[in-house]
Design a protein around this ligand. Sequence first.
Ligand SMILES: [Zn+2]
Ligand SMILES: [Zn+2]
Length: 261
Amino acid sequence: MKHIDAHIHIERGEYTLDWINEFVVQAVNQGMNEIWLLEHCYRFREFVPMYDSVCAYSNYIAAWFHRKAGVLSLSDYMKLVEEVRNTKYPIDIKFGLEICYFNRFESLVHNRTKDLELDFLVGSTHFIDDFAFDHKPEHWNGINVNNAFKRYYEISTELAKSGLFNGIAHPDSIKLFGHLPSFSLLPYYDELAEELAKNNMYAEMNSGCYRRCGCEIGMDDDMIKAMKAHGVEIITASDAHRPEDVGADIIMMEKMLGKSP
Ligand SMILES: [Zn+2]
Ligand SMILES: [Zn+2]
């Protein structure tokens, strides 16, 4: 079978073939056959307008955003993509974008991405309305956990319905700091899986939160069951932010999914 790591950030280095090669070398060492390289959309000036309200909501997020965002343009990225495509590698390499989903910016995302010759777009729920839930545990102080979970899954289902993306990243990352709602999530999982299937989207089995916070690895069993019941393709992903993490936990997650012997 093919071993895939479908979510690898290249943001910590310059756009050079040497930098890309570091990811390839680690992928080969980890037995991967295919890697999907990507950038957060906010790295590019073209997507900066989407973040006005989340920066207004939190000084912490405003400071984080101004450190990280809008440092490149999409044409810089596409130049690198072309260079890599013209080079021979021992494994397959795809290029894409990880896009923060905001309902009101669907048409901005459509306009900015429709002519890009990328291999995939993966949508992420990183914000519950204006709340950036995945930065620090203390940001949850005073947050209504039940309401946050409900909105997270409603937004993720809208993401799936938008028709903008090939897949959804880390579809239950809201659990990363150990919060749990008092109600069953099964109906939300079922609705999300149904919309992913309708829109021909994959779901990631992503180990990023596990490495960062020690939470359960990948999707929980109930979500895996819901995805399988609706025929949603599940693709393994490390969410690596540096070459050393490429391929991390992929084989273990394949076993959890019943893919590897
Ligand atoms: Zn993400
Ligand atoms: Zn990511």
